[in-house]
Design a protein around this ligand. Sequence first.
Ligand SMILES: NC(=O)c1ccc[n+]([C@@H]2O[C@H](COP(=O)([O-])OP(=O)(O)OC[C@H]3O[C@@H](n4cnc5c(N)ncnc54)[C@H](O)[C@@H]3O)[C@@H](O)[C@H]2O)c1
Length: 257
Amino acid sequence: MGLVNMRLDGKVALVVGGAKNLGKIECMALAEAGADIAIIDIAIPEARETANEIRKATKRRVIVLKADVRSTPQIDRAVQKIADKMGSIDVMVYNAGTTIRKKVWDMSDEDWDRVLDINLTGAFVSARATARQMIKQGKGGKIINISTMAAFVGEPDRTAYCASKGGMNLLTKALAIDLAPHNIQVNGICPGVFDTGLVKETSFLQPAFHQSLVDRTLYKRRGWPHEIAGITVFLSTPASDYITGDNILLDGGMLAH
Ligand SMILES: NC(=O)c1ccc[n+]([C@@H]2O[C@H](COP(=O)([O-])OP(=O)(O)OC[C@H]3O[C@@H](n4cnc5c(N)ncnc54)[C@H](O)[C@@H]3O)[C@@H](O)[C@H]2O)c1
């Protein structure tokens, strides 16, 4: 190994919620760095399409498993299947997420539960299943939670989203402490405004607010999807072995002022 090792040859990376948009970019980036890929998602046609694209572009092994992050048995079974089929799990990226944009007085208990279940409890359940496997393997590992800059500051109409991702940021720190003796590093990536997935589907509801976020970045633009690729690979490789329990902003400097 040279001074910096940013390769993942011989490693297996699991992306939970890796079927499309940012998750797809993360899968492709990890495969380009040399990892075989496992995707857990509920969006199976999109996940299969992503898997085919990755195989074609990188010649890496890619498997797709259907599991809902709201179901512990489904996640536990899927993680076990990946370990059996691929031989190990060395990296887990928790990318699954959802949002509901409503004023607090319009939020139902069901709205709240849905966002918390997918964004926070699903992250815990996935980290627990993966950590158990990594501990059994005895060779360390990397867990990355995809959070948001809205875990640091409140946003209008997003009580459940902000609360779930704020919880995720401290979940990341607490996991890092528990898993340090097993040489498993746990970090969070906190994107700002990326014109894909959740943002694209809902930004039209509040165009002025959305534009004001973009204007607050130091570059006056959204993040490009590929800009999540570098940080994902970095946090998955030995190059980042001395970083754990951190939540890294990927927001074009939006929260620098
Ligand atoms: N797009 C942005 O600008 C932005 C900004 C900040 C943070 N993020 C975070 O990045 C992540 C990806 O965002 P995106 O915009 O690509 O969203 P997206 O909706 O396109 O992707 C989320 C993925 O999670 C999967 N998923 C949802 N519910 C699931 C469930 N119950 N079980 C299994 N899989 C499930 C979806 O099928 C999808 O593949 C999210 O966690 C989001 O909070 C995105």
